[in-house]
Design a protein around this ligand. Structure first.
Ligand SMILES: *Cc1c(COP(=O)(O)O)cnc(C)c1O
Length: 494
């Protein structure tokens, strides 16, 4: 299976190992496979009796054809092991009649990024060997909180790779800061910077494109790499859990083979929901894919009108992982529905005007599978409260946005098809806002919110967040944004 850029301008035709190592295409586009492999109902039936790691290896082997099945199975077994995902990687839980929650947050950082970041580093490590790379990959990450921690957990102690994470010293929650400052592993570094997330992000981008820095690293036996969500190595593993959810619903008798299910996904960068679309294109019986947004509802507008316009206000919400105005992975949907030439044109327009409008035929194709709804802050809080008090299900702020969107879709369409909602974070990850939504007083300290929520709801704090205040702090350094490159050099010379 070969991969090419969504923009079709670079002429690169690469293998899966090559694109996992490279990340982005040279023309600025994202890599997509030349064809979509199929998944028959016989295969789905067979997957039903398999474990999550076995389901994952089966699906991944269709896309990552220069990895052997045994390599993938070994990596999946380690990535999705019981120790990292106690009780299973992606359980399906009934949230209310007709709505199922696909819980993707049982991993080491209590958010769904683990589903990709536990496996992707292993795929990269193998890609280095497969492509004859002798240097060590240095992963640089700028984070507003969640991605950094998930990347650290994924890359720690992986062969041939070191990782360095920068976060804004006053731009992350106390829980997030503690999670990163106490990170274990022999190949990790965490550095805070004075400034905001944009300063951190700009600093990392600058280092990536600094030819002196690249030469310095090369001299020391390193090269830069990124853990960004536009890497195919993060996207492919996300297809698996939609297939797995279908298998679980078959096994439990909630659906019969061939029955359609709808899927609703709390969306930021459009990676997670695009993975659902790929599963559908492969042949998984998915009906509507409902794209759920928070107050930053640029995707809702796009799906309703066909016009993507980032010239609008940015809102900071209680579902911060969806506070995004440029959904990078949407480009992959455009490439599949509009073709490469039009995609390149749309992306040019986005870069120069901040907007583009898709042709009517493209919009019609997107409409066949997608629709969009959003929840503002009040509806999100109300959904958390209602789901807990009426249905006994406690969602986090991101999942609540999706539950609200799912309810809106069901209300307006009358569609009774079973609905799977992707649940992307543990409620404890956003405990303070969940407490307030439940009508409790806002806890003064983020860390106190964990116990308050546990006591009030009778639910359990997930293992990654337990006793977090008692862990050893390993990283305390804060530098100016201008000194990030110095910090990188210092780290690799250690
Ligand atoms: C990253 C993230 C999302 C958004 O996922 P995308 O793939 O970027 O659309 C939603 N919820 C949580 C909790 C996240 O961390």
């Amino acid at each position: 299976m070969n991969y090419q850029s969504t923009r079709g301008r670079s002429g690169e035709v690469l293998s899966s190992a090559q694109i996992i190592k490279q990340g982005l295409a040279l023309d600025g586009g994202l890599f997509i496979p030349d064809s979509i492999p199929s998944l028959s109902s016989d295969e789905i039936q067979k997957l039903c009796s398999l474990s999550y790691p076995e389901r994952a290896a089966h699906i991944l082997s269709k896309f990552l054809t220069d990895y052997t099945y045994d390599e993938l199975l070994s990596d999946c077994r380690q990535a999705y092991c019981e120790e990292s995902f106690p009780g299973g990687a992606a359980p399906v839980v009934k949230a209310r009649d007709g709505i199922y929650s696909l819980e993707l947050w049982h991993g080491p950082t209590a958010a769904f990024k683990d589903m990709a970041l536990q496996i992707m580093p292993r795929l990269l490590s193998r890609a280095l060997v497969k492509t004859g790379e002798t240097r060590t990959a240095l992963i640089l990450v700028a984070t507003s909180g969640d991605t950094g921690k998930a990347a650290l957990e994924g890359y720690k102690d992986v062969d041939g790779i070191k990782i360095m994470v920068f976060y804004p010293v006053d731009g992350v929650s106390r829980v997030q800061k503690m999670q990163m400052a106490t990170q274990t592993g022999s190949n990790v570094n965490v550095t805070a910077i004075y400034g905001n997330f944009d300063d951190a992000q700009t600093g990392v981008k600058k280092i990536f494109s600094d030819s002196d820095a690249v030469a310095f690293l090369d001299d020391k036996g390193y090269f830069f790499s990124s853990a960004n969500s536009i890497n195919w190595g993060r996207l492919a593993p996300q297809i698996v859990y939609y297939v797995s959810a279908y298998c679980d619903l078959l096994t439990s008798g909630d659906i019969k083979m061939g029955d359609k299910i709808n899927v609703c996904v709390p969306t930021g960068n459009f990676g997670n929901i695009f993975a659902a679309y790929l599963a559908k294109l492969m042949g998984l019986p998915l009906g509507k894919l409902i794209c759920a947004s928070n107050q930053n509802n640029i995707l809702t507008d796009f799906l309703n009108t066909g016009r993507y316009d980032r010239n609008r206000d940015f809102h900071c919400t209680m579902s911060p992982s969806m506070d995004i105005l440029i959904s990078s992975n949407l480009e992959r949907l455009l490439a599949v529905t509009a073709g490469r030439e039009l995609t390149a044109k749309y992306m040019d327009s986005l870069a120069s005007e901040g907007c583009y409008e898709v042709d009517a035929s493209v919009k019609a194709k997107i409409d066949e599978s997608f629709c969009g709804y959003f929840a503002d802050e009040a509806s999100t809080a109300k959904t958390i409260n209602e789901y807990f008090t009426k249905h006994g299900y406690l969602p986090d702020t991101h999942t609540a946005v999706a539950l609200s969107a799912a309810e809106q879709y069901i209300q307006s369409s009358g569609d009774k098809t079973p609905m799977v909602v992707a649940s992307t974070a543990s409620p404890y990850k956003f405990a303070a806002d969940v407490c307030v939504s439940l009508g409790l007083k806002k806890p003064e300290d983020d860390l106190d919110a964990l116990d308050i929520l546990a006591n009030h709801t009778g639910t359990e704090i997930p293992y990654p967040l337990k006793n977090i205040a008692a862990r050893e702090i390993r990283f305390t350094e804060t530098v100016n944004a201008a000194d990030m490159l110095c910090a990188v050099k210092k780290y690799i010379q250690k």
